[in-house]
Design a protein around this ligand. Sequence first.
Ligand code: FAD
Length: 405
Amino acid sequence: LMSPEPRIVIIGAGFAGTMSALSAARLRDAYGAEDGIEIVVVAPEPVLNMRPRLYEDDPAQMSAPLEELFRVTGVRFVEGCVRTINKSTPAVIIEQNNGEQITLGYDRLILAAGSRVVHPPIPGLSEHCFSVDQRHEADELWQHIHELAEQPVSEQRDTVVIAGGGFTGIETAAEMPQRLRTALGKDANVRVVVVERAEAIGPDLGPGPRPVIEEALSSLGVEWMLGKAVTKVDATGVTLEDETRILSKTVIWTGGLRATPLTEQIEAPRDELGRLVVEHDLRVPGNPEIFATGDAASAATDNDGHRTLMSCQHAMPLGRFAGHNAAADLLCAPTMSYSQERYVTCLDLGPWGAAFCEGWDRKVMLSGSAGKKIKEEINSTYIYPPKAEREVALAAAKPGITADV
Ligand SMILES: Cc1cc2nc3c(=O)[nH]c(=O)nc-3n(C[C@H](O)[C@H](O)[C@H](O)COP(=O)(O)OP(=O)(O)OC[C@H]3O[C@@H](n4cnc5c(N)ncnc54)[C@H](O)[C@@H]3O)c2cc1C
């Protein structure tokens, strides 16, 4: 796997990793350096998993193929999981899906390995909770919901508890009554309860969209309990800190994300989510040959003190800058400073619609079915990778191109 030309290794084929690869290929193309730089993406499989859609129906289908896209743009794909970043060689050690280890040297490294939902040490959580964080986890949940129909009617069978009332918890809860009725029959006595430790639903979303969220959840028959932490989960339900028991065979954990543990292998400042705090060109301080991007990075979005969030909205543009800058370094071209002034939030609220908000105070601009139209466009078009046509794909990876929404 050694090659004579300088190599960019990108860890991860998510929103940021895919865009990084295309963007590096775009600059390489612009410099006529096709044979001069090798671009390699390392990930468990050559697909882009559509994490923001995993609360929707049939999550097993929520992925986009990348093989052809990488082939037409001259990006090499190596299947496997990076276990070690060895800065002194410099190289990454990859465990392939068959268990074999390979070493891949790099000249520039882009860490785009994303994030995972955090499992705090709550008894029974890891054994008994479902998740919508990764595709296989979301698929297990949907299969379980369909299997519930084979069980006799009971309070436990017909109740779903969503532990965590943030963005993901709200989107999952809003979808759930309809999903349960589809699986269990339209007359089933379904109960969906969101349990949130903070004193407000969507604590990180601020007060802007809260009335709309509350209206939507109420109209869908979703209950929420605030100021209550889950202290125990078992096969028959959850226990809250005030000893309240909620009987349920379906407890979904949505309590917060943390950056890839690979960030801990790089000596540099990290934030409270484990993200590397990067410079304006997304370089990791003190590590001139390493860039971090997507959910693995915290970058300034503007000069007003705002920083990127763990979102596709930031991961895709961050990827465009990281890929560009890694290639620019090798081509002796100047790097570009990342910035992204506009910020929107679009929260799916199930059959009720969606809330489309603008700005960091999340002022609701559109709600109900008007908001839903935008959400559907984001989920079906905007977050998907470009067509596997060389010119189209490279043009879509230009840093700083503005989003349509
Ligand atoms: C249910 C849900 C709803 C969401 N809704 C929204 C939304 O409405 N709007 C929004 O903007 N964002 C939303 N998000 C957040 C969004 O999905 C993430 O911010 C986004 O996926 C981050 O992109 P990324 O490329 O940094 O990481 P990821 O998409 O997590 O991709 C990481 C990639 O790295 C690979 N990888 C991980 N570890 C390794 C390793 N050791 N070696 C090799 N490869 C590795 C993974 O397989 C994957 O290919 C949602 C997330 C969830 C779970």
